[in-house]
Design a protein around this ligand. Sequence first.
Ligand code: HEC
Ligand code: HEC
Length: 365
Amino acid sequence: MNIMKARYLFIIILLGLISCKEQAPLPADAPEGEITQANSIDGKALYEQNCLNCHGSLATTYKKDVTPTQILTGINNIVRMQYLVFLSDEQILEISNALSSKNPDNISPKISNAAPSGKYPGATTSLNLAVVTDLASNCYYDSIDVGVDEMNGQLFANADKTSHQKAIILSPGASYKFYIHCVDTLHQNVTKVSQLITFSTDLDAVDSTPPVITSTFPNEPYLGGTERAKFYLNSNESASCRYSTDINSNYDQMNTMDTTGTLGHVQTLNSLVSGNSYTYYVLCADPTGNISAKETLNLSVLANVNGSILYQNHCTSCHGSISNSSKSGASSQEIQDAINDIRTMRVESMLFLSPTQIDAISNAL
Ligand code: HEC
Ligand code: HEC
């Protein structure tokens, strides 16, 4: 060895020692003076101490499947690797073995970004079990920690097989526990430790408050001669309301009102008879199925058909008081035609006037 070469080697060894100190601190319990790297033949440990800083972890390194010769070439040619000359041929072989993707001890898929976790609202109906793998893999899950071959279900993978998920249907107030194993597609190496995923759902506050029927209309008899009329209910929350003439009817046996589902509810009655009374029972159910107290509507139609009151209620606003109405002397037919033909008169309250009532108005006019 000439002087130049010796000096060169000295510098390399010095650099190596400095690097070792920085990059691979000795274990705290290492006997003093012993250089563990130089004695160890554990390829994985050797890799982690000497190569990881520059080439990344065993699982992710792009130096996978390198031969001892390639490593030696690196040490001989790459300036930053030259201080690694202290590695023996045996150690380089072990490092090469550790880097082999056929070595199941070292190259198995690693799971990250496992989800979900924590607590979710009880109304959550479904969540995705999800994991990410560093290697292209197929992933499996089970509610107990069994081996991959015994696992019950498989997660769906994306195109490069590194992102995996599966929708799980949930119930309120439940706890969930899943174990996941992944098998890499290239060498069928299995994750060394299963990934545990736990999460739960809240027990939702259940609505047990029935709706309240806050008011009903009308509270006065319908005018004499009324044959068609409406009654109305209001409820304090959105509800679906039903009615019946039978006091013993339950909600299911009743008739659904014409208009219902929100806060105001309407039902049209036909074939009413003057002088008669009608009793309707109503119940309202909220969307959860809570049913209100039964309300009673006492409806009636006055016996006397009073033309001047009917005129006052329906016609005065447009045609003046009955004593000086612009329509005095109008016949029943003219009134009926006007209701059918004049747009402003063709409103529901007019259309609901019975022939008897129109006759009475005509007589009053
Ligand atoms: C201080 C940084 C550093 C350390 C430590 C290091 N290398 Fe390198 N290595 C490099 C650089 C830089 C290259 C050249 C660029 C490349 O190929 O990535 C390289 C290249 C290589 C090559 C390719 C050589 C070729 O000529 O094709 C191999 C194989 C290699 N390193 C293996 C290793 C192994 C095994 C270890 C541990 C014993 C190691 N390296 C430690 C920096 C380092
Ligand atoms: C909202 C306003 C309005 C109300 C309420 C109303 N009318 Fe009229 N009515 C009209 C208008 C507008 C006309 C057409 C112009 C006209 O003839 O005065 C009309 C016309 C008529 C005519 C004449 C039709 C024709 O062919 O010449 C009669 C009869 C009549 N109304 C009777 C009544 C009676 C009875 C009532 C109550 C039951 C009534 N109207 C209520 C607005 C109204």
